[in-house]
Design a protein around this ligand. Structure first.
Ligand code: PAF
Length: 284
């Protein structure tokens, strides 16, 4: 696996693979990789002949006071994991390589509606930063397909909409969330948790699962189900951001008739913001 830092080297390596008739897959990341990321790379490796991953902690998607500066940088360990998972080329650009003219005047990609509410409400500008960097990376790599984790459900919906609306000829694949044995969704931010907080964190998955079980059993009183679980989550010591039951594609509030439903949660455990979701297909 080669690691390159410049767009020129990246394009040359991808062009070589293409000239050998290879199909290209792409997995964008911010590094500090765990088994969830490895699953994305493995999925790409099953589908194509040449897998490109990127590691770039994108300043454009972090708000003031967020964890941009303390976001863990673990390149050597990440390279090892990517190699094991079947990655062929790693792109690790600097901020200057990605934004040579600075960020202030950078053309932005904004995906309305889907970017609003949920994480978009508490992280203004976040999804514009994500859509902008992902479209830049897509233009640099020009992959046939790209793989993203379903754990960032709203992000995946935003990227699907962006690729569709801007006629990007890239298949977007969502890969199921990888969980620890106690249900906690793997996330680079779990590393911020103390041992005590780590023991509390699986309450989010338990609450999602309880709502899912009730909905699958026919309960459609979403307001009651949410209120019950918000009480549980707060009693465990977390500060709620949101707990919502939404239609799975458009992310509007779910109705009793919806069959494609997603339950999404975000909450703070100390200073760490955790997110998770469960997607339900209620078709018989
Ligand atoms: O999910 C992430 O790690 C990031 O938001 C992404 C997609 C790599 C864009 O910076």
């Amino acid at each position: 696996m080669n690691t390159v830092k410049t767009v020129r080297e990246l394009r040359a390596a991808v062009a070589r693979a293409r000239s050998e008739g290879k199909r290209i897959g792409f997995v964008p990341t911010m590094g500090n990789l765990h088994s969830g990321h490895a699953a994305l790379v493995s999925k790409a490796a099953q589908r194509v002949d040449f897998v490109v991953a990127s590691i770039f902690v994108n300043p454009l998607q972090f708000g003031a006071g967020e964890d941009l500066d303390k976001y863990p940088r673990t390149l050597a360990a990440d390279q090892e994991k990517l190699l094991q998972a079947g990655c062929n080329l790693l792109f690790t650009p600097t901020v200057e390589e990605m934004y040579p003219d600075g960020m202030a005047g950078q053309t932005r990609v904004s995906v309305p509606h889907l970017s609003e509410g949920l994480c978009g409400a508490s992280r203004p500008g976040h999804f514009e930063g994500v859509a902008t960097v992902v479209s830049k990376l897509f233009n640099m790599v020009q992959p046939d397909l790209a793989v993203f984790g379903q754990k960032d459900y709203q992000q995946l919906a935003v990227i699907r909409a962006m690729a569709h609306d801007l006629n990007m000829p890239i298949q977007i694949i969502g890969e199921p969330t990888v969980r620890a044995d106690d249900g906690l969704a793997l996330s680079s931010r779990n590393g911020y948790l103390s041992q005590e907080q780590r023991a509390i964190a699986p309450v989010l998955y338990r609450s999602l699962s309880q709502i899912a079980t009730a909905i699958e059993a026919g309960d459609r009183d979403f307001a009651k189900l949410r209120a019950e679980q918000i009480r549980h989550i707060e009693a465990a010591g977390l500060r709620m951001d949101y707990l919502e039951v939404r239609q799975g594609q458009h992310l509007r509030p779910a109705t009793a008739e919806d069959r494609d439903v997603v339950i999404l949660v975000a909450a703070y455990l100390g200073a760490t913001r955790l997110i998770d979701n469960l997607h339900l297909n209620l078709n018989p």
